[in-house]
Design a protein around this ligand. Structure first.
Ligand code: IVH
Length: 721
C-alpha cells in the first residue's frame, strides 16, 4: 500500500495555529518516509490517517498556510527509495474514504463526472503490503520495481521473484506488465520472524515492515517468504489478448480473470474475492462482508478498493496527478495500533498451561477497546524481546484474541529491563515443565483444582453445603478429585476414611453433592468459572441458549447476540467453552442438569451439509468460526487409516471432505506419498496439516483433550492465507 496523502477531511478538525500545522506536516512526512523504507512503522495507520486529515482540513480552512511541498499534494506523502527503473506510466495512489457517507460522496462525484452512474463497480481487498510493477517479456518475468516516487522505482527483481503468486513464467508467452502488492501472509510473517531471530537478528514488528525489509534486502543469509496479489494490468489492451469486438479495452473484472488464467495471483482470485456490484448499496454490502471476513483471510487487509469496472468509465472520469477519480480506498478501522505495554502478567489455565499476557494502556483496535493481549508463549516473548514500558504493536484480526506482534525498539525507555519469566508456577509454586513451547505446571489440572472446586461449590454457584476449603484440601490431597465432575464419583465410605470426616458428615456431603445435580444451567456455568463471565452473564447465556449443547455449539457471532457480549468477550467465551468441553461431557455423563428452566426452546445449529449430523459443533475442530464445516482434502496416507476412513475422520471432526484442492479449500492433510495436491496447496497458500498431526487431532478428539485440539487447530488456523 501507500501512505495516501488525500483523505476525506470533511470531518477532521483544522489546526488553529500555523506552527501546529507545520509541525504536523513534518510528522506526516517523516512517518511516511519511514513507512516506505520499511524497517519500522513510525506511526500506526489510524494515527497517520487522522493526522493527515487534519492537515488537509487546515489547508481548506487556511489556504494561506499551505506549505508548497505539502504532503497532500504528492503522489505519496513520503517517498520510497527512488531507483532507476522508470515506470511505463505513473504509479498513482488512491484517495481514502472512511465510511458510508464519504463513499456515497465519492460515488456522487463520479456520477457527476460521467453524467450517469458508473456501469458496474468492483470491490476488492486493499492489501497491506508494498506496491510493485512486474514486467513479463514473452511470458518470462524480467524485472520488478517498487513504486519509488511513482515515476521510477528501485529494482527488486531478485527478491520479488520469490513471491508466491508472481510466477517466473506465464501460461502464455505474452509481454505485459502487472501491478500489485507484495506482502506477507500471517504465516509468512511468523516464519520470517523464526528465520530472522534464528539468525540472531531482532524480529520484525509488523508484517508490512517485514515485507518491505525482505523485498529490499540484499545478501541475507535466509529467504523470508513473500506473497503477491496483482490488482492491475496496465496497457493490457495493447497486448491484443482480450480484444473486444468493438475494439474497446476490457473491463477490470475481465482483466483480473485473464491474469489469473495466465498464472498470476490477483486480489480477485484471493480468498477475499472481487464481487461486481451495480449500485452503491451493493458496494456497501460487499465492503461490509469483506470487513466481517477480514480476520479469516490470513493476510492483512486494511480496506476495500472500489473501482469502476468499465474502461470507458475510467477514461471519462480520468485521474488527477496523484490518484484516479474512478477508484477509491475505503479504509477499515485499523487492525493494528500501537500502545504502551504496562506490564506482563502470567496466567495459569485450568489444565496448568502457563502463558504470558500483556496488560496494555487501553487502545481502540478494529473498533474494540483492547486492554490485554496474548504474548503466545515465553519462547516467543523472549525472542521478541518485548519489555514493560515498550511501545508495542497490537493486532486484532476479526474473531481472534488480540496479539502483540512486536515492539518499537527505537522507542524503548532507557530503564526498561528484560523480562524474567517465572521460575515456579505462579499459582501453586510447583515446578514448571519447559520441555514444550507452551509451558505447563507439572501439577497439570491438580494445580488449579482447589481454586476451581471452591468456586464450583460456592453458594452462588452449585451451593454444595459442607464442601468448604478444608474438605476440598482433603479430597484433592488424597487424589480423589481434580475437577468438578470427580465430586460426583465420591462415595461416603471412602470419604469417611479421610481425616476429619466422620461417617455422618461424609453421608451428608455426598447427599448435598447429589442434590446439586438439579441446579439450573446458569449455576453450572457460574461454577465452571468461564473467564469474562460472572453470575449475571452466566444467567444471560443460560437463558439465551437454553441448553449447554446449544451454548457449546454457538459461534462467536452467535455469542454476540447475548446482551453485554461484545467481540472481545465473545472470543474469550468461545475459547473457554472449547477448553471446558471435556469436563462438561463428564458432568453430563454423571447426570448433572445442563438446561435452564424457563429458557426459550434452543435453536439447533443446522449443518447444511449433513442432515444426520449431531446438532452441536461444540468441540468439532474442523468447523469454521461461523460453525460451518471446513472443506478438507486428505492426500497421501494417514497412518492407520484407509482412504475412506480418512475421509470419515474428517467428517467426524466436523469437516467436509473433498477430493480436489482449490482456493476454497480450508485445509489439506498431507501424508506419505502425497503428490500434486500438496504442491497445489502450497502454491495457493492453503494451510497444510501433516498426517501425523491429523492422527494426533483424532486421538485428542476421542480423548476429549481440548488443549491438544486447540494447539493443533491454532497451528493450522494461523497458516490460513
Ligand atoms: S489500485 C491507480 N487496488 O494501495 C490506482 N491498490 O493507497 C492503483 N493497494 O497504490 C491502485 N491493494 O499500493 C489498488 N486492490 C488494490 C490495492 C491497492 C492495495 C495499494 C496500492 C496503491 C495504494 C493506494
Amino acid at each position: 500500500m501507500t501512505r495516501s496523502p488525500v483523505v476525506d477531511s470533511a470531518l477532521a478538525a483544522p489546526f488553529d495555529d500555523p506552527q501546529a500545522y507545520t509541525a504536523a506536516v513534518e510528522q506526516v512526512r517523516s512517518a511516511a518516509t519511514a513507512y516506505y523504507n520499511g524497517a519500522e512503522l513510525a506511526m500506526d495507520d489510524a494515527t497517520y490517517d487522522a493526522l493527515i486529515a487534519r492537515v488537509a482540513a487546515t489547508e481548506t480552512a487556511h489556504p494561506g498556510w499551505k506549505a508548497d511541498d505539502s504532503p497532500t499534494e504528492l503522489v505519496a506523502a513520503g517517498v520510497g527509495a527512488v531507483g532507476d527503473v522508470e515506470h511505463s506510466s505513473p504509479m498513482l495512489s488512491l484517495d481514502n474514504v472512511f465510511g458510508e457517507d464519504s463513499l456515497r460522496r465519492w460515488a456522487t462525484r463520479l456520477e457527476r463526472l460521467l453524467g450517469r452512474p458508473a456501469a458496474g463497480y468492483t470491490v476488492e481487498p486493499k492489501i497491506d503490503g508494498l506496491a510493485i510493477a512486474a514486467r513479463y517479456v514473452a511470458g518470462r518475468l524480467t524485472q520488478v520495481a517498487t513504486r519509488g516516487d511513482g515515476r521510477a522505482g528501485e529494482d527488486v527483481t531478485t527478491q520479488a521473484r520469490r513471491a508466491v503468486g508472481l510466477p517466473e513464467r506465464l501460461g502464455e508467452p505474452v509481454t505485459l506488465e502487472v501491478r500489485g502488492e507484495v506482502f506477507m501472509t500471517d504465516a509468512d510473517f511468523a516464519r520470517a520472524n523464526e528465520l530472522r531471530t534464528g539468525h540472531g537478528e531482532p524480529p520484525f514488528a509488523h508484517p508490512r515492515s517485514a515485507a518491505a525489509g525482505t523485498l529490499r534486502a540484499q545478501d541475507r543469509a535466509y529467504d523470508a517468504p513473500l506473497h503477491f496479489l496483482g490488482y492491475a494490468v496496465p496497457g493490457l489492451a495493447a497486448t491484443g489478448l482480450l480484444t473486444r469486438a468493438d475494439g474497446a479495452a476490457p473491463p477490470h473484472s475481465a482483466t483480473m480473470a485473464l491474469a489469473e488464467r495466465l498464472g498470476i495471483a490477483t486480489t480477485a482470485g484471493s480468498a477475499a474475492g472481487m464481487p461486481l456490484c451495480t449500485t452503491i448499496d451493493e458496494v456497501l454490502a460487499a465492503v461490509a462482508a469483506l470487513d466481517a471476513r477480514r480476520g479469516e483471510l490470513g493476510f492483512g487487509v486494511d480496506g476495500a478498493v472500489i473501482k469502476a469496472d468499465q474502461q470507458a468509465d475510467r477514461d471519462l472520469a480520468g485521474s488527477s496527478s496523484r490518484a484516479p477519480r474512478w477508484g477509491v480506498a475505503y479504509k477499515f478501522p485499523a487492525d493494528t495500533r500501537t500502545t504502551t505495554l504496562l506490564r506482563i502478567e502470567v496466567q495459569v489455565g485450568r489444565t496448568g498451561l502457563i502463558t504470558p499476557v500483556a496488560v496494555l494502556e487501553p487502545v481502540q483496535v478494529g473498533g474494540v477497546t483492547v486492554t490485554s493481549a496474548t504474548l503466545h508463549n515465553f519462547d516467543d516473548l523472549l525472542r521478541r524481546n518485548v519489555r514493560a514500558g515498550d511501545t508495542v504493536f497490537v493486532r486484532r484480526a476479526g474473531d481472534v484474541i488480540p496479539e502483540i506482534t512486536g515492539a518499537k525498539l527505537d522507542e524503548r525507555p532507557a530503564d526498561a529491563t528484560p523480562y524474567e519469566p517465572p521460575s515456579a508456577c505462579p499459582r501453586c509454586g510447583g515446578e514448571i515443565d519447559r520441555s514444550q513451547k507452551r509451558w505447563r505446571c507439572t501439577q497439570g489440572r491438580a494445580c488449579g483444582a482447589r481454586e476451581s472446586l471452591a468456586y464450583y461449590a460456592a453458594r452462588d454457584s452449585m451451593d454444595i453445603e459442607g464442601l468448604g476449603g478444608k474438605i476440598i484440601d482433603l479430597v484433592v490431597g488424597a487424589g480423589l478429585v481434580t475437577d468438578p465432575a470427580d465430586l460426583y464419583d465420591l462415595d461416603a465410605e471412602r470419604l469417611a476414611t479421610l481425616d476429619r470426616l466422620g461417617e455422618t458428615s461424609a453421608r451428608k456431603l455426598v447427599a448435598s453433592i447429589e442434590a446439586s445435580k438439579s441446579q439450573p444451567l446458569s449455576r453450572v456455568l457460574t461454577g465452571l468459572g468461564v473467564r469474562m463471565t460472572g453470575r449475571s452473564m452466566s444467567r444471560r447465556l443460560a437463558r439465551h441458549f437454553g441448553t449447554m449443547d446449544a451454548l457449546l455449539g454457538a459461534s462467536v457471532a452467535d455469542l454476540q447476540q447475548v446482551e453485554g457480549v461484545g467481540p472481545e468477550r465473545a472470543v474469550t467465551i468461545a475459547a473457554e467453552l472449547v477448553e471446558l468441553a471435556p469436563v462438561v461431557g463428564r458432568l453430563a455423563a454423571r447426570g448433572i442438569n445442563l438446561t435452564e428452566p424457563g429458557a426459550p426452546e434452543p435453536t439447533v445449529v443446522a449443518d447444511p451439509g449433513d442432515d444426520n449430523a449431531p446438532p452441536t459443533a461444540s468441540a468439532l475442530p474442523l468447523r469454521r468460526p461461523d460453525g460451518t464445516p471446513m472443506t478438507v482434502v486428505v492426500t497421501g496416507s494417514v497412518p492407520g487409516l484407509t482412504r475412506t476412513e480418512g475421509n470419515e475422520a474428517v467428517e467426524r471432526l466436523g469437516g467436509r471432505s473433498s477430493g480436489s484442492v482449490s482456493k476454497r479449500t480450508d485445509l489439506v492433510v498431507v501424508g506419505e506419498g502425497a503428490g500434486s495436491k500438496a504442491e497445489k496447496a502450497a502454491g495457493l497458500g492453503v494451510p497444510v496439516l501433516p498426517a501425523e498431526r491429523f492422527a494426533a487431532l483424532l486421538a485428542a478428539q476421542a480423548a476429549g483433550d481440548a488443549t491438544t485440539i486447540a494447539e493443533i487447530v491454532t497451528g493450522f488456523a494461523a497458516t490460513a492465507p
